[in-house]
Design a protein around this ligand. Structure first.
Ligand code: ATP
Ligand code: TZP
Ligand code: MG
Ligand code: MG
Length: 266
């Protein structure tokens, strides 16, 4: 049985503390794939919501002091109750406020997975990632090496997305090359991916299964994008976005198995 089957069979509750831009898209994406979303931010209830959830997604896209507090309360409750935590440090490195908030969150909350673009992940672990012309972020080896350093430093899975996605536990690393560039023309596709990884981690069971479950989540997401692009080619990102939600519901475990492009790095 694939982890996708398990998500659809178990319908895990995913608690999202996310940003204002992507809230509806995230809820619809989770529903489409077979998970169950809840968005809850009140300091008075986030600990209670986190402890009954299958996974918690913490995203600092539209950050303020209240959201930081919600994130810390939910994250600590999830830790206390063995609930997996995924953190998306949106914009880490863009301003000192975001960098400091992200670094505080990873000091105070034990993550199950960190998911970001290459610059965000570098900034979370105190490294700088310089954009150098057309080679910006290029060099799979460099990105994978950064992911491994981050995973060892934080003691969690690290997912770095881009043209190819890298996921590692610090020992074993997979590169997932599914997806389509049109994903970059729809806001929130990175944010929703964090919640999708959370849904897969919710059904993965023990820690040993988490790396494989995260790699399958990345392939699933990329395959849904490939199929959505094929069905809407030439019609633009609006049509793609709707069809992408459809494909999150329609991709079968057999299709995923046939199309997944997951390679283990030596
Ligand atoms: P950014 O902040 O850089 O926009 P993000 O948080 O939106 O990043 P992405 O890195 O764009 O996240 O990843 C979101 C999804 O888009 C992932 O599934 C990733 O594999 C896919 N993706 C991003 N760029 C490409 C690309 N050039 N080709 C194929 N898939 C891509
Ligand atoms: N501004 C603050 S959060 C956000 C924007 C545009 C959404 C970012 O979404 P993603 O998934 O990182 O593209
Ligand atoms: Mg994006
Ligand atoms: Mg992002």
């Amino acid at each position: 049985m694939s982890y996708l089957d398990l998500v659809r069979a178990r319908n895990p509750l995913v608690h999202n503390i996310t940003n204002w831009v992507v809230t509806g898209f995230t809820a619809n994406g989770l529903l489409a794939m077979g998970a169950s979303p809840i968005m809850a931010y009140a300091h008075e209830e986030v600990a209670d919501v986190a402890k009954i959830s299958g996974a918690v997604l913490l995203n600092m896209g539209t950050l303020d002091a209240s959201v930081v507090q919600s994130i810390l309360l939910a994250g600590k409750s999830a830790n206390a109750h063995g609930v997996p935590v995924v953190f998306d440090p949106v914009g880490a490195g863009a301003t000192p406020y975001r960098t400091e908030a992200a670094q505080r969150i990873v000091r105070e909350v034990k993550l199950t997975a960190l998911r970001g673009n290459v610059a965000e992940v570098a900034n979370v672990v105190g490294e700088s990632w310089s954009i150098k012309g057309v080679d910006a972020g290029a060099g799979e080896g460099d990105v994978a090496a950064l992911a491994v350093r981050a995973a060892k430093k934080l003691g969690c899975l690290v997912v770095i997305t881009g043209k190819d996605d890298v996921v590692t536990d610090g020992e074993t690393t997979f590169v997932v090359s599914n997806g389509h560039p049109i994903l970059t023309q729809v806001t929130g596709t990175g944010c929703l991916l964090g919640s999708v990884v959370g849904a897969f981690l919710a059904v993965a069971g023990d820690a040993g299964a988490r790396l494989e479950a995260a790699a399958e989540a990345l392939a699933f997401y990329g395959v849904a994008a490939e199929l959505a692009y094929a069905a809407t080619e030439g019609r633009g990102p609006g049509s793609f976005q709707i069809e992408f939600l459809n494909q999150l519901a329609l991709v079968t475990p057999d299709t995923l198995k046939a199309k997944a492009a997951i390679a283990r790095l030596a």
